[in-house]
Design a binder for this molecule. Structure first.
Ligand code: NAD
Length: 331
């Protein structure tokens, strides 16, 4: 009677509350490493990011999407930042949901809570960069940032590499116990330092919401690997632009790195060009050598791409369907 012809199919729903039980750090790491490799091989690509101030509740809302032809994963993460959530509703301020679609038909196939997933996939990206770019003998991990993401970053990095010690600095020093607690859980000593003390680090992760550089070139020793993870918006900045000129620069995706990542500033100052930036996936694939000496400073500009979200969401769906914990809705 005038309806559109269709055949039944199922929508898989995995709500936010179930994700922590279904998603391991190992699975996040594997999904992110694989999709970075696919991106560099040209088998997966991200769509332009949409991010809008919607003029309601001071919220920033947007979409990050992409298509991984190699993995057969198509979709988007929708969500953003609602600054009043915690105070008004007792909810975390970052809210997102991943939607997956059947690439053969375009029909929606899954809806997956995106909050916990985002923290794990972001931490996994830094860890993948540490695996492929840090010196094998790196012993001291430096942390800049001690907020929500920083604890996930620290846990993942300590799992990905055998560090002897963690040192950390934060703009709000009262938050440093967040790092100390994770380090203690992982049985690694932690020491709070001033910024110049970061010269002792072999690997540095920056994960703050800063709009001005805190880590300067003089705070970094030769041979250090830096994972810059906090800068994901125009105007944000965690490290001095001169540091990118001194380092060999890698990224998740060049288009994002130069527009919303740490490289936006070094490019604007004319210190580097887009051609100086290599996708980490090329190192994973072996088409770029990555680090070439123990004195080289490597810097990973991790802006967070939609394909990371989709890859990790797809792995969650697979586990949830296999172990029977997913909710299936007949459509
Ligand atoms: P949070 O609010 O929990 O923590 C913010 C951190 O930034 C704290 O360590 C705080 O002390 C520090 N900070 C705040 N103002 C500062 C300033 N003026 N100078 C220096 N440091 C300052 O936030 P979070 O959830 O941990 O997120 C941290 C950052 O990571 C944000 O910028 C967020 O957008 C970004 N992020 C990036 C990705 C990605 O894929 N790259 C993913 C998620 C979040």
């Amino acid at each position: 009677m005038g309806g559109t012809p269709t055949t039944p199919h199922e929508l898989v729903i995995v709500p936010e509350g179930m994700i922590a039980d279904l998603l391991t750090r190992e699975a996040s790491f594997a999904a992110v490493e694989t999709v970075f490799a696919a991106m560099a091989a040209g088998a997966a690509y991200n769509f332009p990011v949409v991010r809008e101030a919607i003029g309601h509740e001071d919220a920033l809302y947007g979409f990050k999407g992409g298509f991984d032809r190699a993995g057969g994963v198509l979709g988007l993460k929708a969500g953003g930042y609602w600054p009043n959530n915690l105070e008004k509703h007792g909810l975390i301020n970052h809210q997102s949901t991943v939607f997956l679609f059947d690439p053969d038909t375009g029909r929606v196939s899954a809806m997956v809570g995106g909050n916990y997933l985002t923290a794990l996939r972001t931490a996994a990206a830094a860890s993948v960069s540490i695996k492929h770019l840090a010196r094998r003998d790196a012993k001291v991990l430096g942390m800049i940032g001690a907020g929500h993401q920083a604890t996930f970053q620290l846990r993942a990095a300590l799992e990905a590499h055998d560090f002897d010690k963690v040192i950390g600095w934060n703009y709000h020093p009262e938050m440093l116990p967040n790092l100390a607690k994770v380090a203690a859980e992982m049985d690694v000593p932690f020491e709070a330092v001033e910024l110049p003390g970061l010269v002792a680090a072999d690997v540095i992760i920056t994960i703050t919401s800063s709009f001005a550089p805190t880590l300067l070139a003089e705070h970094v020793s030769p041979g250090t690997h830096i994972a810059c993870m906090g800068t994901d918006t125009k105007g944000k900045q965690e490290v001095e632009a001169a540091l990118l000129a001194r380092a060999t620069v890698f990224c998740d995706e060049a288009a994002q790195s130069i527009s919303i990542g740490e490289a936006q500033h070094a490019i604007a100052e004319g210190l580097i060009t887009e051609g100086d930036i290599t996708q980490l996936g090329a190192v994973i694939n072996g088409t770029n050598p990555g680090r070439t000496s123990d004195e080289e400073i490597t810097l990973f500009d991790g802006t967070g791409v939609g394909l990371q979200d989709l890859a990790v969401a797809a792995s969650i769906v697979e586990v949830a369907v296999k172990n029977g914990t997913a909710t299936l809705v007949a459509l």
